[in-house]
Ligand binder design. Structure first.
Ligand SMILES: Nc1nc2c([nH]c(=O)n2[C@H]2C[C@H](O)[C@@H](COP(=O)(O)OP(=O)(O)OP(=O)(O)O)O2)c(=O)[nH]1
Length: 133
């Protein structure tokens, strides 16, 4: 049985663009692009986990209006990632890199310009069709 990894990802929206983040060189899925976030810890709700991760990774405070957008499961060689994404907005701060290589703000038509983590492909597809962007 493969390890189940429960992950939350933030689709941070501002001015019709989404914040996309490039994973580090020394991480799993190195250099691929993702929705920033990470693993849910024991005792945390998904939204608590997401707010903590975004505070730690990007030094940003998310507003409380998190809205679930997608749930997907993807089997990697290292385990099964169960990824829940949320549409989010920034309450406070400017994105600051602490572990990602780079961030980009992309609009719908630009989302295909970067190489996404495989688990994110269905969410990117749905984003391209959504009215919220
Ligand atoms: N945060 C995030 N993780 C994603 C996305 N898509 C995707 O496959 N993942 C994977 C990458 C990781 O294996 C896992 C998230 O864990 P993490 O971000 O806390 O992991 P990590 O890089 O700190 O540590 P590690 O996996 O290298 O041990 O989910 C995504 O959009 N956002």
């Amino acid at each position: 049985m493969k390890k189940q990894i429960n992950v939350v990802g933030a689709i941070i929206v501002k001015n019709g663009k989404v914040l996309c983040a490039q994973r580090g060189y020394d991480k799993s899925l190195p250099e691929l692009w993702e929705f920033p976030g990470g693993k849910i810890e024991i005792g945390e709700s998904p939204s608590q986990a997401l707010k903590r991760e975004i505070r730690e990774e990007l030094l940003l405070e998310l507003a409380n209006d998190l809205e679930e957008f997608t749930f997907t499961s993807y089997e990697y060689d290292f385990g099964i990632v169960n990824l829940t994404t949320f549409i989010c907005h920034i309450q406070n701060g400017e994105p600051t890199l602490t572990e990602h290589i780079e961030i980009k703000w992309l609009n719908k038509s630009e989302l295909d310009q970067i190489e996404w983590a495989p688990a994110d492909i269905p969410t990117v597809y749905k984003l391209k069709k959504t009215e919220i962007l």
